[in-house]
Design a protein around this ligand. Sequence first.
Ligand SMILES: NC(=O)c1ccc[n+]([C@@H]2O[C@H](COP(=O)([O-])OP(=O)(O)OC[C@H]3O[C@@H](n4cnc5c(N)ncnc54)[C@H](OP(=O)(O)O)[C@@H]3O)[C@@H](O)[C@H]2O)c1
Length: 327
Amino acid sequence: MHAISVDTKSEDRALRWEEAADPVAGAGEVIVDIHATAVNRADLLQRSGHYPPPPGAPDILGLEMAGVVADPAGSDLAAGDRVCALLAGGGYAERVAVDARLLLPVPDDWPMTRAAALPEVFLTAFVNLFGEAGLQGGETVLIHAGASGVGSAAIQLARHAGCRVLASAGNDLKRERCRQFGAEFVCDSRDEGFADEVTGYLNGAGVDVILDVAGGSHLSRNLHCLAPKGRLVLLSLLGGRNSEIDLGLVLTRRLRIIGSLLRSRPVDEKAQIVADFRARFWDPLLAGAIQPVVDRVLPIADAQEAHDVLSANANVGKVVLEVRGSD
Ligand SMILES: NC(=O)c1ccc[n+]([C@@H]2O[C@H](COP(=O)([O-])OP(=O)(O)OC[C@H]3O[C@@H](n4cnc5c(N)ncnc54)[C@H](OP(=O)(O)O)[C@@H]3O)[C@@H](O)[C@H]2O)c1
């Protein structure tokens, strides 16, 4: 097969579409012919040498894909079934081996490029909002980087669950898109006064849950706009890994700060997340009430250009890579 490889000898760690070994299915795995994959920040980190794949995962980039079952092995799937899945790696390729329990069915009327935009960000938003943070209908949530892949999924899921949704984003166009996804109030993610804006909008009250991607100096400001018993889930450290916070606030408001990674979780845990997501949100997805947001579709050979889009914070939703032009 062909796959994207990282030229670790080149200065910019160039991405090249070239021959690679075919995947071999392990116990419980099926082989899928990939039609589309999508770009995640983790791919950029892995390419730069800072985020090695977890033990046992392929070293090819790519945390999600949509495609067609080529070899169902011992599963109850059939060759030709349209599926998409979360991967621990291997998405930037023509074929991948994936645990059958991670597969979600792709509706007949969905292009593969839409299905490829779903697994990573929707499962991340789902497990962190409703699992880690225990978000309940009627609660208020602040979603940072609301126009990002994860943010666009999180706003829609939280709205659908009956929550009040506030968001942040880096420019006017992104803020408008957040409102379209369902946020009632959107502040500037890069404005240091965002916490005052949020509490001002809520007449002095705080939010119950925050989904944060920045860390760094954002943490202290975030804690200031959490309500008593508020929960903050930290997904990444785009704004830095060090922070000074007022622990008195954490204590007196009984706050919880939760760090969360999806990729390194055991496959059994991921399978449960997939099953729970499917049980709760599959019908609204099929009905179009919740939708994967595709910023643009590029051919897999242009993976490097796709990475540049994320590096420049230029995407709203997902940048998708087409592997086979079947749609
Ligand atoms: N923990 C996990 O399991 C997990 C899973 C998936 C993703 N993630 C992480 O979650 C983050 C969002 O993922 P994604 O796929 O939605 O990424 P994305 O589409 O690339 O969006 C990231 C957005 O973060 C904002 N941002 C960038 N630098 C920032 C900074 N220094 N301070 C504040 N905001 C900044 C930008 O939005 P604005 O221009 O609007 O500010 C940017 O567009 C990524 O960092 C990713 O690695 C974590």
